[in-house]
Design a protein around this ligand. Structure first.
Ligand SMILES: *Cc1c(COP(=O)(O)O)cnc(C)c1O
Length: 460
């Protein structure tokens, strides 16, 4: 793991980053109420807030930016992207959208036919859940229990619990279910993959009950790489073969291209063969996103995405990408720092319930580690725990999250292993003095989505 192959690319253009002094970091984070979302990126040295839209494009993609066709209708770049989608995903129809949530906004009302209908997922991403609920549906998570046990090794923690899935359909009645949505990799469970066997199992149950299967495909290539690495029978298949097989079990997908599309903005809906559904999507996309041959994207964006989709399925790229996350995870594990094992495809999740057992959930242990990491090394991570979760709408009490995570999300092709060392070294320093960390209290708490804009102060 420490001795892995070098990155299969070299650096042609650089963007300077600057580490401001410790005194400045302490002042900046205090000024923004100890909320890393309010920091200016200029004051961040290594930014691990998200892997969404933060990847580095290749010279081939940048060349595509110059060659984008900005025609309102029938753009050449649209057709190039359509060809990439057909070749790589294997679906016939596609419309671009400005990002993943744009795709959800267009497709879901067409699938959720009645208020209160269930959408069955392994674990829905938060905007996905929001769009299901905005359309009157109910988002149900049916991921296996192992997903919640951070230290238990399991190769496919994003899998559906197939028994739970079938039991749910039987209990609620198939007439009350809308569709099944498989999220690959499962972002909210820590970028954990779903096995081919499990995807097939979901498809079999769905067929039995006449339910349709769709994918939330933001990290489809990373999922395929894990299948190749971990699932018997796939070790000799190519990544493109695995991807085609995976998607063959679905009828369509929504995708945020900001992840495995390796572009800074973009998304899509793709449909395997249902022409009627495609016709509906095409007419709905016009008022919401834009004319169907641009759907919220500039021609240049479509051109970059057409190329990014071809690059992301290259195995040496995926080996380097996933290998970097494993490298960071292994350095932390070797130092005794508790993290979610095995690491997922796009982030390392530090288990801060175990890191700071002396800080109660309502004083946000993962936020405490997050703030300390910024002070220590100018590294910006993000809290995924009780601070994010919010309050019970009925009682007004802080809800207790089952996990208190600091998420270190790694952008694609952006940082080197030396940057990962800086992150690991800093966390190891903090680990040594972990008893001295203090929790946080609100000085300002907004009513909704509080973690984006709240202000905090250390508890004395
Ligand atoms: C990012 C993401 C989305 C939403 O996509 P945006 O491009 O951010 O709108 C949906 N589902 C999953 C699994 C994601 O990771």
């Amino acid at each position: 793991m420490y001795n892995r192959k070098a990155e299969p690319y070299k650096i042609k253009m650089v963007e300077p980053i600057k580490l401001i002094s410790r005194e400045e970091r302490e002042r900046k984070i205090a000024e923004v109420g100890y909320n890393q979302f309010a920091l200016r990126s200029e004051d961040v040295f290594i930014d691990l807030l998200t892997d969404s839209g933060t990847g580095a494009m290749s010279d081939w993609q940048w060349a595509g930016i110059m060659q984008g066709d900005e025609a309102y209708a029938g753009s050449r770049s649209f057709y190039n992207l359509e060809k990439s989608v057909q070749d790589i995903i294997g679906y016939t129809y596609f419309v671009p959208t400005h990002q993943g949530r744009g795709a959800e906004n267009v497709l879901f009302p067409l699938l959720i036919k009645q208020k209160g209908h269930y959408v069955l997922g392994n674990m829905h991403f938060d905007t996905t859940k929001a769009h299901i609920e905005l359309k009157g549906g109910r988002a149900i998570n049916l991921v296996i229990e192992e997903a919640y046990e951070t230290e238990k090794e399991h190769p496919f923690k994003g899998n559906f619990d197939l028994e739970k899935l079938e039991a749910f359909i039987k209990e609620k009645g198939v007439e009350n279910c809308s569709f099944v949505l498989i999220t690959v990799t499962c972002n909210s469970a820590g970028g954990q993959p779903v096995s081919m066997e499990n995807i097939k199992g979901v498809k079999k149950i769905a067929d039995q009950y006449g339910l349709r299967v769709f994918f939330d495909a933001a990290r489809f290539a990373e999922n395929a790489y894990f299948i190749k690495q971990r699932e018997a029978g796939y070790e000799n298949k190519t990544i493109p073969e695995i991807i085609l097989e995976m998607f063959s079990y679905g009828e369509g997908l929504t995708m945020s291209a900001k992840k495995d599309g390796i572009v800074n903005m973009g998304g899509m809906i793709a449909i395997k063969e249902d022409e009627e559904l495609y016709t509906q999507v095409r007419s709905m996309v016009v008022p919401i996103e834009g004319f169907p041959t641009y759907g919220g994207l500039a021609g240049r964006d479509m051109e970059a995405l057409a190329r990014g989709l071809r690059e992301v399925v290259e195995e040496d790229y995926l080996e380097s990408r996933i290998g970097q996350i494993e490298y960071l995870g292994q350095r932390l594990t070797d130092a005794g720092i508790p993290i979610q094992r095995p690491v997922g495809g796009h982030a390392v999740f530090v288990d801060c319930k175990k890191f700071c057992p002396h800080i109660p959930y309502h004083q946000f242990p993962a936020q405490a580690v997050c703030v300390e990491l910024y002070k220590e090394a100018g590294v910006r991570g993000v809290e995924i725990g009780s601070f994010l979760l919010g309050r019970d709408p009925e009682t007004g009490e802080h809800l207790e999250s089952p996990m208190e995570f600091l998420r270190l999300t790694i952008p694609r092709r952006v940082y080197t292993d030396r940057h990962m060392d800086v992150v690991a070294d800093a966390l190891i320093e903090i680990w040594k003095r972990r008893e001295t960390l203090k929790g946080f209290d609100f000085t300002y708490e907004p009513e909704v989505l509080r973690h984006f804009t709240a202000k905090l102060k250390p508890v004395e």
